[in-house]
Ligand binder design. Structure first.
Ligand code: SF4
Length: 280
């Protein structure tokens, strides 16, 4: 129940003359609590009677109507209370305005920060998606470019067998003759036909590298470690094909594929090619 200065006044016997107990039979809607009465505008108070609850010596709880004198005194003290509250910034017009202004500026700043974060997030996501897409395409391209030429040669042999010819796998395949004019093919023409280029680049299946240093120790300019400390080929020209084959043979996990000789003048390519083909 709300407390007011009127309730406090009821504690003083000398002020009891300002209260009048209302019998239950006289209670109407116009009898309202004094706090409700004081919250009404002057015009709305007409015909209303303020009261408080009291407990009589026989422990009965009754309504007690309050005189206008005591009601006005109570209203005056409520006014004083509101002044004190205003000094403390409560229900203070100026304080409310400053609070509203600060809240608005904080919300604007928050909104601005949110928009900036969203823009940065969208930018970062787009860049990551683009980078991942590019990496996937590069991987695909590398896989296609690194396809085993021996496998390609096998395909070629099988296709030759189908048309009734055979050839040695160690020698490059002759270019297929045009099928439209088989009768015109002569030995000279066959000799002059361009040979297909199946030169394979050397490469390392770096993801399987155990970082054992074997290849690096053989030629530091030809091999190096990447950021994951897994071997890659830096420059195939920085050493001989023989070194490349030796590194492939030394690799404990057989992940170095020497490919084809990059220098046709290097001594003993036939033997090296044979060794390399076992590693390709
Ligand atoms: S020899 Fe093989 S396993 Fe050892 S570092 Fe070189 S690539 Fe890696």
């Amino acid at each position: 129940m709300p407390m007011s200065p009127v309730d406090y006044a009821a504690l003083f016997p000398r002020l009891l003359r300002h209260f009048q107990v209302v019998p239950e039979t006289y209670v109407t809607d116009d009898l309202i609590p004094v706090t409700d009465y004081l919250s009404l505008r002057a015009g709305d108070r007409i015909g209303k009677v303020p009261y408080i609850w009291m407990i009589l010596p026989d422990r009965r709880m009754v309504r007690a109507a309050v005189t206008m004198t005591l009601t006005r005194a109570c209203e005056e003290r409520l006014g004083f209370w509101h002044v004190i509250q205003e000094y403390a910034g409560i229900h203070n017009f100026h304080a409310d305005q400053v609070r509203e202004q600060l809240t608005r500026s904080f919300e604007e700043k928050l909104e601005q920060t949110r928009k900036e974060l969203e823009a940065t997030h969208a930018e970062t996501t787009a860049a990551a998606v683009e980078k991942a897409g590019r990496a996937a395409m590069e991987d695909l391209a590398r896989v296609l470019l690194d396809m085993d030429p021996v496998w390609v040669s096998d395909l070629d042999i099988r296709s030759s067998a189908r048309v009734g010819t055979t050839r040695d796998r160690s020698t490059p395949a002759a270019a297929p003759e045009p099928q439209t004019e088989p009768a015109k093919a002569t030995p000279e023409a066959t000799k002059a036909a361009p040979k297909p280029s199946l030169v394979q680049d050397a490469w390392i299946d770096s993801a399987l590298c155990t970082s054992c240093n074997e290849c690096i120790n053989l030629n530091k300019r030809m091999f190096r470690y990447n950021d994951q400390k897994q071997a890659v080929i830096t420059d195939v020209q920085a050493g001989t094909f023989a070194e490349l084959v030796r590194a492939a043979e030394a690799c404990p996990v057989s992940i170095i594929h020497p490919g084809a000789p990059h220098n046709p003048d290097e001594p003993g390519p036939a033997a090296l090619i044979e060794k390399a083909s076992a590693r390709n």
